[in-house]
Design a protein around this ligand. Structure first.
Ligand code: ADP
Length: 385
């Protein structure tokens, strides 16, 4: 047996217990790995299927220290951790994958932008709030700007698109004590994303580039593969490879990008973990992004990221009301659609915009029109006509 096939790691600790950890736990069962989650609530999705759980906030380093005694390596479902508080654990020999040094430049959106720029990768023009206020920045003359909380933003929470000076003033007043990143608004032709993985031996695999469609800054659907030319695909693969290589990242990372009408690619964001844009891989690829992540961090050979069908479309089932319904009838209706798989995260409460589950339909063609029509049908069943 090849050296890298030997499983040195059997017990995985996961910081976070939401739907990403839940999907990771399903993959862990397949690989016969033990999974222990650190998450605040007993009702969090992954608690029900993990081997055990430590009920504590994800930024509770004391709880992570306890987690470390129960597992061989620790990984992240959620990166909103207290990095300086975790550092002493590394000094005591606790193993994090990806490493804390790979996470360090990424957790603050401004530092992440600086990191990408310094790596020579294309990003939107950006400044910190302090630079915006003092510098005679060219952003000052632009009406359309994007204001982002530097930390703890997700699903568009903490991201504000402003189109004039008045709304800029309002947003800045509202976020008075929040550290901010301010950047140019990119009138993108498409938003793209890619999932890439790197193993402990430095092997890198990259999944097909997908198109993500956001509404109010929240991902609604993902079209696989993205309708892009070979040169854009190659550019994005080179970007993903450069990032994972430079960070010496171990595990799966999600990278979000903008594609402009002139074919320019800009990096928007790196997520140092499994990502919503990669949920299609569970049903549509030879290896799911969750299995890929576990393989990477447990020292196994990476799997194949190849598509098993010509294409796929993934639609998020987002909450549209406050309710404790499990929406069984709608889920059954969706499950009857051809080549369609519904994953329901078993959350106990629905709220507007909350990710409750997702649907993936496999396609016999990679025609954008077909994917869009299928997504529309799924959404009309879920949200109503
Ligand atoms: P989050 O971390 O909350 O997902 P993002 O930075 O990914 O925040 O922004 C969410 C969405 O907001 C993006 O998917 C995109 O639709 C929009 N957006 C973010 N930055 C810009 C930008 N500079 N120009 C245009 N749209 C943007």
């Amino acid at each position: 047996m090849n050296q890298v096939e030997i499983k040195a790691v059997k017990r995985i600790g996961v910081i976070g217990g939401g739907q990403l950890a839940w999907m990771m736990a399903r993959a862990a069962q397949k690989l016969e790995l033990e999974l222990i989650v650190q998450t605040p609530h007993a009702s969090d999705p992954a608690v029900a299927i993990a081997n055990s759980a430590i009920l504590a906030p994800i930024d509770d380093a004391q709880a992570t220290s306890e987690l470390a005694t129960r597992c061989d390596t620790i990984t992240f479902e959620n990166e909103f951790v207290d990095l300086p508080a975790l550092q002493p654990l590394v000094d005591r020999g606790v193993h994090f994958q990806p490493s804390l040094s790979a996470l360090a430049p990424l957790l603050d959106k401004y530092s992440q932008r600086c990191y990408l720029r310094d790596l020579g990768l294309p990003v939107p023009h950006f400044v910190s709030l302090e630079e915006f206020q003092t510098e005679n920045s060219r952003l000052k003359n632009q009406n359309s700007l994007v204001i982002k909380a530097r930390r703890h933003g997700y699903d568009g929470q903490g991201t504000f698109i402003v189109k004039n000076k008045e709304s800029l003033g309002e947003v800045l007043a509202k976020l008075e004590n929040t550290p901010l990143l301010i950047e140019e608004f990119i009138p993108f032709a498409k938003e793209l994303a890619v999932i890439a993985a790197r193993s402990v031996t430095g092997e890198i695999v990259i999944y097909p580039v997908v198109e993500t469609q956001q509404e109010d800054q929240v991902c609604h659907r993902v079209i696989v593969p993205a309708e892009i030319g070979q040169s854009v695909q190659a550019k994005i693969e080179a970007i993903a490879g450069a990032i994972l290589q430079d960070l010496k990242a171990v595990g799966v990372f999600g990278i979000e990008l903008f594609l402009t009408a002139s074919g320019k690619v800009l990096v928007n964001e790196i997520a140092p973990r499994n990502h919503n844009s990669g949920h299609f891989t569970i049903d549509a690829c030879e290896t799911s992004q969750f299995e890929m992540h576990l393989r990477a961090i447990s020292g196994l050979r990476l799997g194949s990221p190849r598509l098993k069908s010509a294409g796929a479309v993934m639609v998020n089932l987002l909450g549209y009301e406050h309710s404790s319904s499990d929406y069984l009838t709608k889920r059954q209706q969706l499950e009857k659609l051809p080549k369609t798989h519904v994953l329901w995260y078993n959350k106990t409460e629905s709220r507007p915009g909350r990710k409750l589950g997702h649907v993936t339909t496999l396609l016999e063609t990679n025609q954008l029109g077909t994917a869009k029509a299928i997504a529309q049908n799924i959404e009309s069943i879920w949200y109503g006509e």
